[in-house]
Design a protein around this ligand. Structure first.
Ligand SMILES: Nc1ncnc2c1ncn2[C@@H]1O[C@H](COP(=O)(O)OP(=O)(O)OP(=O)(O)O)[C@@H](O)[C@H]1O
Ligand SMILES: [Mg+2]
Length: 158
Protein backbone atom coordinates (compact mmCIF):
# COMPACT_ATOMS: atom_id res chain seq x y z
CA UNK A 1 0.00 0.00 0.00
CA UNK A 2 1.33 3.40 -0.92
CA UNK A 3 0.68 6.56 1.03
CA UNK A 4 1.71 9.84 -0.50
CA UNK A 5 2.95 12.56 1.79
CA UNK A 6 0.12 14.45 3.42
CA UNK A 7 -0.66 17.80 1.85
CA UNK A 8 -1.53 20.59 4.22
CA UNK A 9 -3.93 23.20 2.88
CA UNK A 10 -5.08 26.36 4.62
CA UNK A 11 -8.77 27.15 4.05
CA UNK A 12 -9.40 30.79 4.93
CA UNK A 13 -13.19 30.68 4.54
CA UNK A 14 -16.13 28.53 3.42
CA UNK A 15 -15.50 29.41 -0.22
CA UNK A 16 -11.99 27.92 0.04
CA UNK A 17 -13.46 24.70 1.45
CA UNK A 18 -15.97 24.58 -1.41
CA UNK A 19 -13.24 25.27 -3.94
CA UNK A 20 -11.09 22.39 -2.68
CA UNK A 21 -14.03 20.02 -3.22
CA UNK A 22 -14.85 21.51 -6.60
CA UNK A 23 -11.29 21.11 -7.89
CA UNK A 24 -10.94 17.54 -6.67
CA UNK A 25 -14.28 16.51 -8.16
CA UNK A 26 -13.16 17.50 -11.64
CA UNK A 27 -10.43 14.87 -11.72
CA UNK A 28 -11.62 12.05 -9.47
CA UNK A 29 -12.17 8.75 -11.30
CA UNK A 30 -15.23 6.52 -10.72
CA UNK A 31 -15.15 4.48 -7.50
CA UNK A 32 -13.17 7.14 -5.63
CA UNK A 33 -13.74 7.27 -1.89
CA UNK A 34 -13.14 10.30 0.30
CA UNK A 35 -13.02 9.66 4.02
CA UNK A 36 -13.76 12.91 5.90
CA UNK A 37 -12.68 13.42 9.47
CA UNK A 38 -13.00 16.48 11.66
CA UNK A 39 -14.94 17.83 14.62
CA UNK A 40 -18.48 19.13 14.56
CA UNK A 41 -18.66 22.06 12.19
CA UNK A 42 -15.20 21.48 10.73
CA UNK A 43 -16.47 21.90 7.16
CA UNK A 44 -17.10 18.32 5.99
CA UNK A 45 -20.51 19.00 4.43
CA UNK A 46 -19.21 22.23 2.90
CA UNK A 47 -16.45 20.23 1.18
CA UNK A 48 -19.06 17.74 -0.14
CA UNK A 49 -21.06 20.71 -1.51
CA UNK A 50 -17.91 21.66 -3.40
CA UNK A 51 -17.62 18.12 -4.74
CA UNK A 52 -21.20 18.35 -5.98
CA UNK A 53 -20.50 21.64 -7.77
CA UNK A 54 -17.44 20.10 -9.43
CA UNK A 55 -19.47 17.10 -10.57
CA UNK A 56 -22.16 19.35 -12.04
CA UNK A 57 -24.86 18.50 -9.49
CA UNK A 58 -27.39 21.32 -9.14
CA UNK A 59 -29.53 19.75 -6.43
CA UNK A 60 -28.86 21.20 -2.96
CA UNK A 61 -26.66 18.98 -0.78
CA UNK A 62 -28.35 18.40 2.54
CA UNK A 63 -26.53 16.90 5.47
CA UNK A 64 -27.49 13.20 5.65
CA UNK A 65 -27.25 13.11 9.44
CA UNK A 66 -30.66 11.45 9.77
CA UNK A 67 -30.94 9.73 6.40
CA UNK A 68 -27.36 8.31 6.65
CA UNK A 69 -26.88 8.21 2.86
CA UNK A 70 -27.94 10.66 0.16
CA UNK A 71 -27.50 9.85 -3.51
CA UNK A 72 -27.18 12.45 -6.27
CA UNK A 73 -27.18 11.10 -9.80
CA UNK A 74 -27.40 14.10 -12.11
CA UNK A 75 -23.69 14.94 -12.38
CA UNK A 76 -20.64 13.63 -14.31
CA UNK A 77 -20.58 10.76 -11.79
CA UNK A 78 -23.04 9.79 -9.06
CA UNK A 79 -22.26 11.19 -5.63
CA UNK A 80 -22.94 9.00 -2.58
CA UNK A 81 -22.82 11.10 0.58
CA UNK A 82 -22.72 9.33 3.96
CA UNK A 83 -22.84 10.81 7.46
CA UNK A 84 -21.97 8.29 10.17
CA UNK A 85 -22.16 10.70 13.11
CA UNK A 86 -25.06 8.94 14.79
CA UNK A 87 -23.77 5.39 14.30
CA UNK A 88 -21.62 2.88 16.15
CA UNK A 89 -19.20 0.94 13.94
CA UNK A 90 -21.31 -2.25 14.22
CA UNK A 91 -24.30 -0.33 12.85
CA UNK A 92 -22.11 1.19 10.15
CA UNK A 93 -21.19 -2.29 8.88
CA UNK A 94 -24.90 -2.94 8.35
CA UNK A 95 -24.97 -0.12 5.82
CA UNK A 96 -22.59 -2.18 3.63
CA UNK A 97 -20.61 0.88 2.56
CA UNK A 98 -18.52 -1.27 0.20
CA UNK A 99 -21.58 -1.59 -2.03
CA UNK A 100 -21.02 2.06 -2.84
CA UNK A 101 -17.26 2.22 -3.12
CA UNK A 102 -17.01 -1.00 -5.17
CA UNK A 103 -19.72 0.33 -7.47
CA UNK A 104 -21.00 -3.19 -8.19
CA UNK A 105 -24.67 -2.94 -7.28
CA UNK A 106 -24.79 0.81 -7.82
CA UNK A 107 -23.37 2.92 -10.65
CA UNK A 108 -19.68 3.63 -9.99
CA UNK A 109 -19.40 7.06 -8.47
CA UNK A 110 -17.77 9.20 -5.82
CA UNK A 111 -18.38 8.14 -2.21
CA UNK A 112 -17.84 10.83 0.44
CA UNK A 113 -18.15 9.75 4.07
CA UNK A 114 -18.45 12.19 6.99
CA UNK A 115 -17.29 10.84 10.38
CA UNK A 116 -15.32 8.15 8.54
CA UNK A 117 -13.53 7.25 11.78
CA UNK A 118 -16.74 5.32 12.59
CA UNK A 119 -16.15 2.88 9.71
CA UNK A 120 -15.34 -0.65 10.91
CA UNK A 121 -13.23 -1.25 7.78
CA UNK A 122 -11.88 0.88 4.98
CA UNK A 123 -11.57 0.56 1.21
CA UNK A 124 -8.21 -0.54 -0.23
CA UNK A 125 -7.55 2.96 -1.52
CA UNK A 126 -9.02 6.31 -0.62
CA UNK A 127 -8.44 9.97 -0.02
CA UNK A 128 -8.36 10.95 3.60
CA UNK A 129 -9.32 14.55 4.32
CA UNK A 130 -8.95 15.84 7.85
CA UNK A 131 -10.41 19.24 8.65
CA UNK A 132 -9.47 21.19 11.76
CA UNK A 133 -10.57 24.48 13.26
CA UNK A 134 -7.77 27.02 13.60
CA UNK A 135 -7.67 29.38 16.58
CA UNK A 136 -8.74 32.23 14.29
CA UNK A 137 -11.90 30.48 13.07
CA UNK A 138 -10.48 29.31 9.76
CA UNK A 139 -9.75 25.71 8.77
CA UNK A 140 -6.68 23.60 8.15
CA UNK A 141 -7.05 20.63 5.80
CA UNK A 142 -4.74 17.65 5.60
CA UNK A 143 -5.15 15.55 2.47
CA UNK A 144 -3.64 12.09 2.20
CA UNK A 145 -3.85 9.63 -0.66
CA UNK A 146 -3.84 6.12 0.77
CA UNK A 147 -3.20 3.10 -1.46
CA UNK A 148 -3.33 5.14 -4.65
CA UNK A 149 -0.39 4.74 -7.02
CA UNK A 150 -1.57 7.30 -9.46
CA UNK A 151 -1.85 10.58 -7.66
CA UNK A 152 -1.56 12.61 -10.83
CA UNK A 153 -5.17 13.67 -10.45
CA UNK A 154 -4.57 14.81 -6.90
CA UNK A 155 -4.49 18.53 -7.24
CA UNK A 156 -4.05 20.78 -10.19
CA UNK A 157 -3.37 24.43 -9.63
CA UNK A 158 -5.79 25.59 -12.28
N1 LIG B 1 -12.56 27.25 5.76
C1 LIG B 1 -13.57 27.68 6.52
N2 LIG B 1 -13.42 28.76 7.32
C2 LIG B 1 -14.45 29.19 8.11
N3 LIG B 1 -15.68 28.61 8.15
C3 LIG B 1 -15.86 27.54 7.37
C4 LIG B 1 -14.84 27.02 6.53
N4 LIG B 1 -15.32 25.92 5.88
C5 LIG B 1 -16.59 25.76 6.30
N5 LIG B 1 -16.93 26.72 7.19
C6 LIG B 1 -18.23 26.92 7.89
O1 LIG B 1 -18.30 26.03 8.99
C7 LIG B 1 -19.66 25.74 9.28
C8 LIG B 1 -19.85 24.24 9.45
O2 LIG B 1 -19.61 23.64 8.20
P1 LIG B 1 -20.15 22.19 7.83
O3 LIG B 1 -21.59 22.05 8.11
O4 LIG B 1 -19.65 21.93 6.47
O5 LIG B 1 -19.35 21.30 8.91
P2 LIG B 1 -19.43 19.74 9.16
O6 LIG B 1 -18.05 19.30 9.43
O7 LIG B 1 -20.17 19.07 8.06
O8 LIG B 1 -20.30 19.67 10.49
P3 LIG B 1 -21.00 18.38 11.15
O9 LIG B 1 -19.96 17.75 12.01
O10 LIG B 1 -22.12 18.98 11.96
O11 LIG B 1 -21.49 17.51 10.05
C9 LIG B 1 -20.48 26.33 8.13
O12 LIG B 1 -21.07 27.54 8.57
C10 LIG B 1 -19.44 26.58 7.06
O13 LIG B 1 -19.82 27.63 6.20
MG1 LIG C 1 -21.76 17.71 8.11
Amino acid sequence: MTAALPQSIHLANSEATLELGRKLAQTLPPNSVILLEGDLGAGKTTFVRGLAIGLGINEPILSPTFTLINEYVEGRLPLYHFDLYRLESTETAELFPETYWEGIEVDPGITAIEWAQRLPYKPPSYLNLQLEHTPTGERQATLMFIGLDNIAFAMSNE
